[in-house]
Write a protein that binds this ligand. Sequence first.
Ligand code: FAD
Ligand code: SF4
Length: 331
Amino acid sequence: MILAPFTLHRPESLAEALSLAAKLPDGGYDWIGGGTDLLQNYKNRLNAKDHVIALDRVPEMRGISAERIGAGERLAVISESAVVRERWPGLAEAITHVASPLIRNSGTLGGNLLVETRCYYFNQTPFWRGTKGSCMKAESDECLVVPQKEICYAAYSGDLAPILGVLSATLELASPAGTREVRIDEFYAGDGIRKNVKRADEIIVGVKVPAEASTLRAGYRKLRHRDALDYPEMGCAAALRLDPSGRIELLRAATTAVDVVPHFLDFSELMRGQEPDTAFAEVAAAMEERAQPKKNTSMPVGYRKKMVRVYLGRLLDDLRAGRTEGRIPAA
Ligand SMILES: Cc1cc2nc3c(=O)[nH]c(=O)nc-3n(C[C@H](O)[C@H](O)[C@H](O)COP(=O)(O)OP(=O)(O)OC[C@H]3O[C@@H](n4cnc5c(N)ncnc54)[C@H](O)[C@@H]3O)c2cc1C
Ligand code: SF4
């Protein structure tokens, strides 16, 4: 496939990137991190723009510290970082679930959080889409999954939003109008087209992780066809802290790929003081209940929904026992 043509801009600072955005027409450009998602969509002629602003030379988007990860950092670099492995091993391990090593070498954290929503009828070539009449996320005005013209049910399928959500991370956003911070569990809203509260002229500059996150046991589990490459058909994350008597003190859970947005729920108040076995069963059932997968990815809808309970239950048991998946070598 040949890329749709565009003019590439390569600003050297955040100020330069934002001033470029202010000069270009509204909706006439895309930001680009590693390009592993955006360029595939451009090849498929999916909402390609005339201008692309590359963020790889913006120094404000780099760096990994005990409080913050630059949104322009590559996924492989983040998961290999000693700071990340020591403070948030669940995040380091979750990153190893994203795509393949080659893609993690190019893909960035910001791009992962903003990865395009997925649907069997959308992630296709123009020829393929033409045979079905296309849909309202591309060239037409109707949804092919749930026939109507209002809501797109494409699934949010990023792997890292759930784990960052249970760690209570916050996004730093910058636009020509100024900066703001948004909690990741309040960032995703809307449907498969209007996916989050970010405005088109805003950049995710960094991700802040609170000090408390390093005191939690947190992890991510993923259902997919091929462990080597595929997007999640269902993904779930949890963060846990038990009190000295072994009862629940903090318990947060999140899912991805089972709705148009990721789901985040903090069960801490509800479950505080409970026995883990009872709490885990209730939390896994509640997250399954909330999942709303649609028939637009390759695995059956009912199976993806059921697997929320199964995978989340196993993850919570693993967190209590201090078990990891062993995807990153021990320090
Ligand atoms: C074969 C294949 C398999 C994949 N498997 C997975 C998978 O298993 N799990 C998964 O989560 N992803 C998967 N991906 C998607 C993608 O590769 C990753 O999510 C990657 O992390 C995206 O990062 P990127 O920097 O390349 O994003 P880009 O392609 O550069 O950008 C993605 C989107 O984010 C916007 N953007 C990027 N950075 C910023 C920023 N800082 N501020 C504002 N907007 C920004 C872009 O405009 C674009 O809309 C897969 C991709 C491919 C091709
Ligand atoms: S859910 Fe409907 S509108 Fe959205 S991408 Fe799929 S077919 Fe298109």
